[in-house]
Design a binder for this molecule. Structure first.
Ligand SMILES: Cc1cc2nc3c(=O)[nH]c(=O)nc-3n(C[C@H](O)[C@H](O)[C@H](O)COP(=O)(O)OP(=O)(O)OC[C@H]3O[C@@H](n4cnc5c(N)ncnc54)[C@H](O)[C@@H]3O)c2cc1C
Length: 376
């Protein structure tokens, strides 16, 4: 497996089977080790596909269960549910997203006002901070569009607690470059590292841990290993999960977006899809690599959908829906939801309907429900 992501469903399914036949068997023992871009991965690297739902959580979990049995797939399945948890949590705490966007603006104001901070920020995103590992991950992110989970944790922690940079600017740097950049997983993981998600509990990167889990590739010095967690005056308020819409009967237009590109498995019930449109809204400041990945994934979904529903499909333009009711997969909080035209009828998958109500507080409630949710 390699770091170039071909953004089609077929490539995602191939990566899934390569993982199950290869590193999947040693996942729980190896998953924390980051061997670096030149070496075989210790994890699935399925995130760019799951993020756009070119492959779905339900089919990935079912395939892992088939390959390893319930017990054998436990750790991997639990990680997939972290993604679901973050999605459900952001859906019920949308202010975490709008606050993040506001904090990015505030962070840029600080950079403009404080030349010292601006220099530190520039050296951090260009891989010139002088910290072993951290500089390598900054370059790796820009050059490949992907980082191992542990590297993301170390990077975010050093950014916040050693370099003392605004956390939201780090999260925005990730969103610009990660091919799996996801409003929920990224924003809430940065908040978690900072100690804002589970208030007062922060993630502190330690040199010994980095040496060990990079197999000695990196040995940073000068890390602040005893910082206080960040705090904020008002945590994001919880809101009720909005209801999905009932599906109409008869002819409809189907709108595809970057958060759900497997329309073949949507519960569209009595509808008859007669037109398909693709809506692309990239993350703010997305790199050319991320934009290309979005466009390739959408082209793949449009080609599959037009064949599956036997009707015309193209990127959305004026009058694309021809006056028909427009149905769409639920767009969770983020750019697709923001760009969604008014009046679309939103259908939600059983997976999200079952899991999101259990994602409003900490992860443990959702984790306890995994045995019941597996088949959703
Ligand atoms: C600071 C920070 C930022 C992050 N930003 C993103 C992001 O923008 N997009 C994103 O998809 N993930 C993000 N993650 C979560 C995690 O790092 C990636 O999902 C994971 O590294 C992807 O690699 P993989 O596919 O090999 O994962 P595997 O270990 O093979 O796990 C399988 C799948 O489970 C999900 N998953 C695994 N770990 C996590 C986790 N900790 N949180 C949420 N979902 C998880 C992913 O969909 C992943 O593809 C972030 C984590 C941190 C600490």
């Amino acid at each position: 497996m390699h770091r170039t992501f071909t953004m089609t469903r077929a490539a995602g399914l191939e990566r899934l089977s390569d993982f199950l036949e290869g590193p999947g068997a040693a996942y729980s023992a190896d998953r924390n080790t980051d061997r670096g871009p030149g070496n075989g991965p210790s994890t699935s690297m399925l995130s760019p596909y799951l993020r756009r739902r070119l492959i779905t959580e339900a089919e990935v979990v079912a395939a892992a269960d088939r390959a390893f049995g319930d017990g054998g797939a436990e750790k991997f399945v639990s990680e997939v549910f972290w993604r679901t948890y973050f999605k459900g949590h952001l859906e019920t705490h949308p202010a975490a997203w709008t606050d993040f966007l506001a904090e990015v603006g505030h962070g840029h104001d600080l950079l403009a006002a404080e030349p010292g901070l601006r220099r530190i920020h520039e050296s951090a995103i260009e891989g010139r901070a002088g910290i072993d590992g951290f500089d390598d991950w900054a370059r790796e992110l820009v050059e490949t569009g992907w980082l191992h989970n542990h590297a993301r944790m170390w990077f975010a922690s050093i950014w916040i607690f050693t370099l003392r940079l605004p956390w939201a600017l780090g999260a925005a740097f990730f969103m610009r470059h990660l091919v799996d950049g996801d409003p929920a997983s990224n924003t809430l993981s940065w908040r978690w590292v900072a100690g804002l998600h589970t208030r007062g509990k922060h993630y502190v990167a330690r040199a010994e841990n980095i040496r060990r889990y990079t197999e000695g590739r990196f040995d940073p010095v000068g890390l602040d290993e005893y910082p206080d967690a960040l705090d904020e005056p008002m945590p994001p308020r919880e809101v009720a999960l909005p209801q999905a819409d009932p599906m109409p009967e008869g002819d409809v237009a189907l709108l595809l977006h970057l958060d759900d590109l497997h329309p073949e498995s949507l519960p569209l019930r009595g509808t008859k899809i007669v037109r398909i449109g693709g809506l692309i809204d990239h993350a703010q400041g997305a790199s050319d690599r991320v934009k290309a990945a979005d466009e390739a994934a959408m082209a793949d979904a449009l080609a599959r959908a037009t064949a599956h529903f036997a009707c015309p499909g193209a990127p959305v333009g004026n009058g694309w829906a021809d006056g028909l009711p427009v149905v769409t997969a639920w767009a969770p909080v983020g750019p697709s939801a923001t760009a969604m035209p008014d009046g679309c009828l939103r259908v939600r998958r059983a997976w999200d309907d079952a899991a999101w109500p259990k994602s409003t507080r900490g992860y443990s409630r959702l984790r306890s429900a995994i045995p019941a949710l597996r088949g959703a």
